[in-house]
Design a protein around this ligand. Sequence first.
Ligand SMILES: Cc1ncc(C[n+]2csc(CCOP(=O)(O)OP(=O)(O)O)c2C)c(N)n1
Ligand SMILES: [Mg+2]
Length: 1116
Amino acid sequence: MHRAHTAFSLALSPKAHKNFATWLLKSTTNQQMVKATAAAAVRTYNSAAAEPFANGSTASYVEEMYNAWLRDPTSVHTSWDAYFRSNSYTSPPNLAPVQANTLPLTAFNFGGAVGGAAPDSKTIDDHLAVQAIIRSYQSRGHLASDLDPLGILTREKTVCKDGLARRANEDVLRQHSGFLFGEQDMERQFKLPSTTFIGGDEASLPLKEILNRLENVYCNKIGVEFMFINSLEQCNWIRKRFETPGVLNFSPEEKRLILARLTRATGFEAFLAKKYSSEKRFGLEGCEIMIPALKEIIDVSTELGVESVIMGMPHRGRLNTLANVCRKPLNQIFTQFAGLEAADDGSGDVKYHLGTYIERLNRVTNKNIRLAVVANPSHLEAVDPVVQGKTRAEQFYRGDQEGKKVMSILIHGDAAFCGQGVVYETMHLSDLPDYTTHGTIHVVANNQIGFTTDPRFSRSSPYCTDVARVVNAPIFHVNADDPEAVMHVCKVAAEWRATFHKDCVIDLVGYRRNGHNEIDEPMFTQPLMYQKIRKHKNCLDLYADKLIAEGTVTGEEVKSVAAKYENICEEAFALAKTETHVKYKDWLDSPWSGFFEGKDPLKVAPTGVKEETLIHIGNRFSSPPPNAAEFVIHKGLLRVLAARKTMVDEKIADWALGEAMAFGSLLKEGIHVRLSGQDVERGTFSHRHHVLHHQLVDKATYNSLQHMYPDQAPYSVSNSSLSEYAVLGFEHGYSMTNPNALVLWEAQFGDFSNTAQSIIDQFISSGQSKWVRQSGLVMLLPHGMEGMGPEHSSCRVERFLQMSSDDPDYFPPESDEFAIRQLHDINWIVANCTTPANYYHILRRQIALPFRKPLILCTPKSLLRHPEAKSPFSEMSEGSEFQRIIPDNGPAGQNPSNVKKVVFCTGRVYYDLTKTRTEKQLESDIAIVRVEQVSPFPFDQVKEQANLYKNAELVWAQEEHKNQGCWTYVQPRFLTALNHSRDVSQSDEQSSYSNTTNTTDHTNQVSATDSDSNSEPKSKPWLSRMFTKDTDSGSDPASPQGASGDFNAAKHFDLKNVRHDFNRPAGVAAAPGGRISKTGRKISYVGRACGASTATGSKAQHIRELNALLNDAIST
Ligand SMILES: Cc1ncc(C[n+]2csc(CCOP(=O)(O)OP(=O)(O)O)c2C)c(N)n1
Ligand SMILES: [Mg+2]
């Protein structure tokens, strides 16, 4: 059963709209249309729900049977007779005949039966057999259809009893093949059942004609798979689109258009092959029809109201799609082959991965259209959920509640479509209220091979498209060498989406003329297939021959269209040669127009808000619905609300309240907030409770964050499907669309995020550096060793930190803008907050920043209810801000010179450490400093803290194992912070590093200067020093900026000149050894030894180890 959401209007006030939708171009911000996500509430999710009776087509069959039985009980099999006699059958109300041929059987003169008399039993048996045969074709005709252009898999026609050769064999007809009558029956007239449209206006047809028409519809170049769909209405809709006589008739103009498009698709690949013969381009040869196919889908969809199409696709045919579907200027595409330097940011990801965004006039429909191809990594299918999230977001911001204006098209390779699990996960989002994009058209460029692997070794299902059956998506297989069949299928697919707003699949069965790429030799592995391919004419030639033969075009016309396109390519090629740089902004899939303009790139807006705002949000958040008298709330939740109210009265916040303050205040400012993930509405740890459920009325819910202010931005919180890969990808895509939104994904437990690793690696950590694309996505990852065993303890923060791009050996120049410059330069932020206030600030800072960075946030579990993990409102109100480091503010911090030891830590272990310190009465001797923002590393504040406690020993305490948690990330950075800069090579040579391999001790030490007293000054980069005898020294030892002397900090931080992905400028070596200020400070590790698992074996062991850790840390 689908869960309904409270009907809530998210109509935006003009102010709210302006605030969060400014990225949209004016032309597209239709104010009336801007209503939001709750659209899903008005959708019919599954029309099968309205159909209690079996499968629709089966139902019609039974109905026919029932009618026959009513007329003559002996006309049906005895088992049916018994069934109908038992009164078990009631004719379903929705089985009204759907076409004109409704004459009763008795109206026909079938040989023996005269003048309306009841037909004899043979007549009825024969009719039932014909019906069964019709149904067989509809259900299984695709198995015998002629899909393979190479003919390798095509079954030969078999000669039937009547002497005619047909494709439909026993696979299709099964036991009904026995009913295939002899020649004498071929001219007999049969009444057509209501479940077929092959008759057109005819109510009956001769058997021969019935079989011919069925063969033509179901066993020719199109194979339609749809009879598994649970909706009779949808089955009939498809039958009508394919069975109605004449559907495949194209006008001469239409044929010419197909030919022209095919000429361009073919010409483009040929041109690239000619000009860049040794370059990989993953050409489309063998499936060029995909280009006219995509164009047809877009044309029809545009006619039906779509204004924006978002596409996701892999390598194959990508350049062709950009050129001929998106109409990206050809010279921009050609410059990608030239290996030019970038004129702007971006790391030069290969040309078949870059995205694009184009607005143009669709010449066929004369309507404006926006086309985006989302940049994608090499990881096949990983882009699917990202496209869906981006599409959903665009629908949301346009108020396109039913997906009438924005749609997605996903293009797949055959091997990837069936092999990659994310396809299934993405498909399963397709009908979920808060994730649906109201129908995606999937196009499979099925070249019947994946790299070097044949389908029989790459899948266990008959078709590469079988995954789509799980969501009742119809699948249209089509022979890619039949352009008209392909165009018909595309038209039907676009109409299907516009009618039912559900997914469908087009399986373009072609071949791959070359190797996997153009440099590969396919004969190594598929010799027979390629012998066939070598002899096979390409689709353009075949189609041109056909059109010439039928007189639609002349040979000259064909040649002139091809020559014209080649000229266009040549001109663009010449233009591309004049280019000196590539511009990555030309390859942005999600431009944020207006977001960056006029902004000070180093100014963070304040994150504190007025206390009265906090009180207002707190009061709303702790109140039952306005209609509380009728809305029965669970008693436990009444207690939760009461406790919240007490906190608000006392002006303190726990974790859930701190989060609500962040969300509520952003919503007030017009920032849309979307929180998604497994069980996020309540919260895995039952702390959040954003959605209150009426205890007596189904589907009645109340969400106070949606009712904070009359003109607030929309808030959406959505329990997701049990997927990380697809859902995280989806939210990433969602976050790409509009910078003025806080999009958060929460893992059930942090460790589950690793099933979404490719989204993290390929998109979130690296999206900006590869594709100049920013995202402010927040990943909330419950993290903490709490004795729950090896799972559920760690979000593997070490992995996120390992991917952080700040340089461990580089201490950036100190200034008031230190923090913001670091944020600007890094790829993402990793933090572990210990107070609700800091959590609140870091969430708000995501929006306050003048740019966007993903935020990886370790979030607590037991701290959600920890009595000390609370913050006063004063820490969230005006003047307060996010604290990268929280210094010790007890006796130790107040009297630092007496402090013997400073324990640096992050996250929940802080509370264990302070408790132990109190128990041991060491509050004056030991300072505990929390590093709340771990990455980018707060070098400046760490240095400041270390200087504060001049005489103290410094340790890093963590509860995670030594090879996990933050140690490996913070260790070298501490050394850099303590010594201002650190030389990589020098440290690498230190023997003290070997201390860290002692895994049995809880305490190990590393020092930057322990063993360097004999080391010679090193002023050359480490690699050259390995091979030369270094005598070069003499630089200024106080300078942190490297030996070359050419590093200009001001230039480095001139944001226009710096590439965003470098924390230290390229080409600048780490500070040389001779320049380290020898403070002699060191940082020691306190914590568990290295471990293979993320947690300990048993609760008892966990407690033992934790106590050892606390004792080691809290001792002087
Ligand atoms: C997740 C992933 N695994 C492996 C690869 C390596 N790879 C690149 S293309 C390819 C074959 C893809 O076959 P198919 O999906 O049929 O597309 P085609 O190249 O035939 O168009 C493979 C295995 C990849 N890119 N992504
Ligand atoms: Mg393939």
